[in-house]
Design a protein around this ligand. Structure first.
Ligand code: NAP
Ligand code: MG
Length: 491
């Protein structure tokens, strides 16, 4: 399959400068495809195409028709499930069952927003009561305009779906810029859009180098909205760049989420959810519960069980049977995670388990599931997002201390709490300063529920109705219904 063209205005175009970059399979470090590297001129073509489709067609006026396209995309994704999942494994490294979840969720996301597009068609205008009866006012919601969606590499097709589906449902047109490390399924989405006959210019996909085309797109005066998922530093740059034209902006950024385990918890369940919370998708998860706080009474026993369980996780190439941990996405991410581990070791933080490349895997960006214990609260292992299979654990004595430690972070994406005492779980959930709280679990994510963070974890919410509202403007239409003169001038 070839990936050396861009999908712009319903056509496959070779980048103006003819440039490509290579996408690699992180399990063997081999190139799997040459991917088109859009230049600023190509990005401009995509903006013009999206602008024209928004301004000069009735795309934004046809919610029912949009729902039909969204359902067709969902259906086509499901039909291509096996191929898409395999591409995702090869490009990103994740284990196949997780790639299958992603692709199924991506299809589900398109169906979900198809339903919301239909609801938009039905509840167009809302009459609102006014304090002055001489006037009447209706409120309607309409598409924000041309959107630019920039996504990371950890859930390639799913992150595309989280933005493309609600944007299209809302009636926006858009430009999608996938992450360099994992562009392939985004281009497959372009082929699917073409196959289902999505009108030209509605969805444009430009692969390329973020630092080259990103600033151009995010500052572009003809783009109305930027939706970004990625790191905090790039999120801050995008805020600045979008400020020039005061764009509508939503940001889904990083996290360092805490998981509080009380002593009355079932230890097997605690081990299972702690591991899932930090090791699934190799820990490259924005909401990963990478800080674990364990009540002192069970701390030694839980640590022992956790280390035993972590050592049993099967590590390997994502298509191999029973593999739970694949390679990290690329050399840069591998180096970053290894550096964080190295720093922990150098600073004398206690390494309980893992911390190196698995002995049987000489090639590929593999890192063992890694557990640090008694991690000091000021240490980078406790404060910084590592975005790898590395968990920092420490004990706590009181509920109040656990809450205080959990909230002591620049991030506020997620948090989790485990206890048999539901009243306590609810109390703690209410006090955690984060946008997503899990009780007696960690990570399950639902298209219906809002997703996003407090503090430096972002602005706005994706998914659910909130995800649609990200792409809608609110308009009031107020009329003066009285026969009487207004009388400001002529009273
Ligand atoms: P990243 O380096 O911030 O990159 C994200 C995207 O931005 C990529 O497509 C990247 O392109 C592009 N980009 C790079 N420089 C840019 C610029 N100056 N202007 C505009 N776009 C630019 O993040 P990442 O390493 O891909 O992803 C990991 C981060 O994403 C983590 O911090 C994680 O927590 C966060 N994340 C958050 C969520 C959430 O829902 N909150 C979900 C997933 C991930 P290139 O790939 O070409 O550099
Ligand atoms: Mg790749």
């Amino acid at each position: 399959m070839s990936y050396n063209q861009l999908y712009i205005n319903g056509q496959w175009l070779t980048p103006k400068n003819g440039q490509t970059f290579s996408s690699i399979d992180p399990s063997n470090e081999q190139e799997i495809a040459q991917v088109a590297a859009a230049s600023v001129e190509d990005a401009e073509l995509a903006v013009q195409a999206a602008r024209q489709a928004f301004d000069q067609t009735d795309w934004s006026q046809q919610p029912k028709q949009r729902a039909v396209y969204l359902r067709a995309i969902a259906q086509e994704i499901r039909q291509q499930l096996d191929q898409l999942a395999e591409i995702e494994v090869r490009d990103n490294g994740k284990p196949l069952p997780e790639a299958v979840w992603d692709i199924q969720d991506a299809a589900g996301c398109f169906d979900f927003y198809a339903d919301l597009a239909e609801q938009l068609a039905e509840n167009q205008d809302e009459q609102i009561p006014l304090s002055d009866e001489r006037f009447s006012s209706v409120v309607c919601k309409e598409a924000v305009g041309v959107a630019c969606a920039i996504i990371p590499w950890n859930y390639p097709l799913l992150m595309a779906a989280w933005k493309v589906a609600p944007a299209l449902a809302a009636g926006c047109t858009l430009i999608l810029k996938p992450a360099e490390a994992t562009s392939l399924t985004a281009m497959e989405l372009g082929r699917i859009a073409e196959k289902v006959g999505l009108p030209a210019g509605v969805l444009n996909i430009v692969t390329g180098i973020g630092s080259e085309i990103g600033p151009y797109l995010t500052a572009h005066p003809e783009i109305d909205k930027v939706a970004f998922t990625g790191s905090v530093p790039i999120g801050k740059q995008i805020m600045q760049s979008a400020a020039h034209s005061v764009k509508n902006l939503s940001l889904e950024l990083g996290g360092k989420s805490a998981f509080i385990i009380f002593a009355d918890s079932d230890l097997d369940a605690a081990v299972e959810w702690i591991m899932f919370g930090i090791f699934w998708n190799q820990g490259q998860v924005c909401s990963a519960t990478s800080r674990v706080l364990v009540e002192q009474a069970i701390y030694p026993e839980l640590l022992k069980r956790l280390a035993e369980a972590a050592q049993k996780i099967k590590i390997g190439q994502g298509l191999e049977a029973d593999v739970k941990l694949g390679p990290l996405v690329n050399a840069k991410q591998y180096q970053q995670v290894m550096n964080a581990i190295q720093q922990g070791k150098q600073d004398g933080v206690t390494l309980m388990s893992g911390g190196k490349r698995p002995a049987h895997l000489a090639q590929g960006y593999y890192v063992e599931p890694t557990i640090f214990m008694d991690v000091p609260v000021e240490h980078p292992l406790w404060t910084d997002e590592i975005f790898g299979p590395v968990v920092a654990i420490r004990a706590f004595e009181t509920e109040q201390e656990a809450i205080q430690l959990a909230n002591q972070s620049i991030f506020g994406l997620a948090g989790a709490v485990m206890s048999k005492d539901m009243a306590r779980c609810q109390r703690v959930a209410g006090k955690l300063r984060a946008g997503i709280i899990w009780i007696n679990c960690s990570q399950p994510t639902f298209t219906e529920a809002p997703w996003g963070g407090y503090k430096q974890s972002g602005i706005g919410r994706e998914l659910g109705i909130w995800g649609l509202e990200n792409y809608l403007e609110i308009k009031q239409i107020t009329s003066y219904d009285s026969d009487q003169p207004w009388g400001w001038y002529n009273s």
